[in-house]
Design a protein around this ligand. Structure first.
Ligand code: KIV
Ligand code: ZN
Length: 519
């Protein structure tokens, strides 16, 4: 049987745009490129690669992602003005298939902010969508805050955008306010009332403020939406966006009531989830649907007994379906490169030869310090690899801490800052405090330490520690994470990771400010 347009749901991933807008989740250029390449390989239909007008860095990232694209359509976001649209086109035009996504807030609250009355807004939509369509055949238009826009006006603006040439109309629940029945009714209403609606694709874009983003997206699909906008791990502003892994696996597991296909290779889900958690500095909650550490863990006696007799008693999907393989291969210092490559591949990481060479050196160093290297150690090592960007502005080079029962403790730290090595000797109330003081002496800043958290990756006194650090400055949060068998080294690197995000953010201006001036 061949798949018709009605059976297929397009997956539009906005991890690199809406996900990256999440406070503290700023990603580096190379991290963005790597995530985009994995998304493309996984079968995502459209990748929203960024907001090209936001900064030179965003523009460069979208342009390069567009140049590297293989199968996915590469999309750039633009507000409803000609300058934004031209810049988005300049970036995405390099892609084999590029898309311009332009938007304006249409609810009464947003009309107030943009100081446009209804007629003024309709004229703006007509002009901007027409301009975008003159540049590019693939134009997506969104009425931001659609779920709080009057229905008659929503029909009018959607009709205007379609007439001006929009090929996809996205209906955002910008503030995570809607409810599944309402989400479905809105799509049905638009399909019934708007002339030309059957000729374009409707998309659903939900936020998770009330925990209903996935349910609202699936309800919209049942009503006729054929594009779901989502992010890996549900990363996104405030409570996040619809999680890609939840939508894709729900469509797969419940094909009986949701008979729609996606083009996603689900075995790539876990690798991407780990990658996004590592580079964004947002760890996945243990009980997160599909990709949480406990999503396939069975602790209680009754559950374990049932699982041993028949896995289907308590498992609606198989771990291997999302790229989680259960294996007995324990790694240690005698394991070779081929074994490491095989193990990492089972864990969802496909490495090129150069990358493997680098990871192997780190693995050997870890195996020298730790007798047995478990899966979780390797996951932490991979997270560490993606975070220790060679281009990072601040890099920890050497650290020596002098501790004893008599304080204060002392830290001798060498860092590379903007390419130059510098050394300092600092004291503090404990080894971590001394180390953080040393970092601050080498790179003075005003950010406040909001969170410092340590957890052991595995068991035993030689276990690696994963340290999470959160810094705040002027209402913006910057997260950093690192793992090492030495807790103080992990702390120093996590702190420096968070500072690197702060530096990156300062270089690229404030995205949120741009979004709120969406006119
Ligand atoms: O949530 C939202 O409204 C958005 C738009 C830019 C589509 O992200
Ligand atoms: Zn959004």
């Amino acid at each position: 049987m061949t798949e018709s347009k009605q059976d297929r749901v397009l997956i539009f991933d906005t991890t690199l745009r809406d996900g990256e807008q999440s406070p503290g989740a700023t990603m580096s250029h190379s991290e963005k490129l790597e995530i985009a390449s994995l998304l493309d390989e996984m079968g995502v239909d459209i990748i929203e690669a960024g907001f090209p007008i936001a900064s030179e860095g965003d523009f460069q990232a979208v342009s390069e992602i567009a140049k590297n694209a293989r199968n996915a359509v590469i999309c750039g976001l633009a507000r409803a003005n000609l300058g934004d649209i031209d810049r988005a086109w300049e970036a995405v035009k390099h892609a084999p298939q590029g898309r311009i996504h332009t938007f304006i807030g249409t609810s009464p609250l947003h009309r107030d902010i943009t100081a446009l009355d209804m007629d003024g807004m309709v004229a703006r939509i007509h002009d901007t969508v027409t301009h975008a369509r003159n540049l590019c055949d693939d134009v997506q238009w969104s009425p931001m805050d659609a779920t709080r826009t009057e229905h008659d006006f929503l029909c009018r603006v959607v009709e205007t955008a379609i007439k001006a040439g929009a090929t996809t109309i996205n209906i955002p629940d910008t503030v995570g306010y809607t409810y599944p029945r309402e989400s479905a009714e809105l799509i049905r209403m638009l399909l019934e009332r708007v002339p030309g609606a059957d000729a374009i694709t409707f998309a659903t874009h939900c936020h998770n403020d009330l925990g209903m983003a996935t349910a609202n997206a699936l309800a919209a699909v049942e009503a006729g939406a054929r594009q779901v906008e989502c992010t890996i791990n549900g990363l996104g502003e405030r409570a996040g966006n619809t999680a890609l892994e939840e939508v894709v696996m729900a469509l797969r597991v419940r094909g009986d009531i949701l008979p729609y296909a996606t083009g996603i290779d689900t075995t790539k889900i876990m690798g991407l989830s780990r990658m996004v958690a590592a580079v964004s500095g947002f760890p996945v909650q243990y009980n997160k649907a599909v990709v949480g550490k406990n999503a396939f863990a069975h602790e209680s006696g009754i559950h374990q007994d049932g699982m041993l007799k028949n896995k289907e008693t308590f498992e609606i999907m198989r771990p291997e379906d999302i790229g989680l393989a259960a294996t007995n291969l324990v790694m240690g210092k005698h394991s070779g490169r081929a074994a490491l490559r095989a193990k990492l591949s089972e864990l969802g990481y496909e490495l090129g030869d150069n990358q493997l060479k680098d990871v192997f050196v780190r693995f050997k160093a870890l195996a020298d310090r730790k007798k047995e290297v478990y899966d979780d150690d390797l996951i932490a090592l991979m997270a560490e690899t993606s975070l220790s960007d060679e281009d990072a502005y601040l890099q920890v080079k050497r650290l020596r801490v002098i501790c004893g029962t008599e304080g204060p403790q002392e830290a001798e730290l060498t860092m590379r800052i903007g390419g130059v090595e510098r050394f300092v000797d600092a004291t503090g109330d404990g080894p971590v405090d001394a180390t953080f003081n040393a970092v601050k002496m080498l790179h003075p800043h005003e950010a406040r330490l909001e969170l410092y958290q340590v957890h052991a990756v595995t068991e035993g006194t030689d276990a690696q520690a994963t340290v999470s650090v959160r810094l705040a400055l002027d209402g913006v949060v910057y997260s950093g994470q690192s793992s090492d068998t030495d807790t103080v080294v992990a702390s120093a690197k996590a702190y420096v990771n968070a500072l690197n995000r702060l530096v990156m953010h300062q270089h690229r201006g404030n995205l949120s400010a741009l979004m709120s001036s969406a006119g």
